[in-house]
Design a protein. Structure first.
Length: 109
């Protein structure tokens, strides 16, 4: 059985995060996106220290879709270099895992 996978990324705002997330859900690449607005970031970018406000997003998918989700995020994301981190959770509620796998099953093995 395919294992669950969480994807951590950030967006410039909630509307962009929700729009991209909805597209990924409709494409059955993810089962869900959680968007948390109002995150403040300090980061190094091209030799300078920058600050900004962002929305953080956690996407729920399966390991078998990691490459497709990564590619879709890079194609749709407005950032030149989006942060895309994959987190492999351990454990989890059986019903939650069943839902996640069912909602991302588009004829996958």
């Amino acid at each position: 059985m395919d294992r669950p996978l969480l994807v951590y990324t950030t967006f410039p705002d909630v509307d962009i995060a929700l729009s991209i997330g909805e597209g990924l859900v409709r494409d059955r690449l993810i089962a869900c996106i959680n968007v948390l607005p109002g995150m403040r970031s300090v980061y190094a970018w091209k030799g300078a220290v920058e600050q900004g406000q962002e929305a953080v997003a956690i996407l729920k998918t399966r390991q078998g879709l990691q490459d497709q989700v990564h590619q879709a995020l890079k194609e749709r994301h407005p950032y030149e270099t989006p942060v895309v981190l994959f987190i492999e959770p351990t454990g989890g509620d059986a019903a939650t895992l069943e839902w996640l796998l069912a909602e991302t099953d588009a004829g996958l093995p």
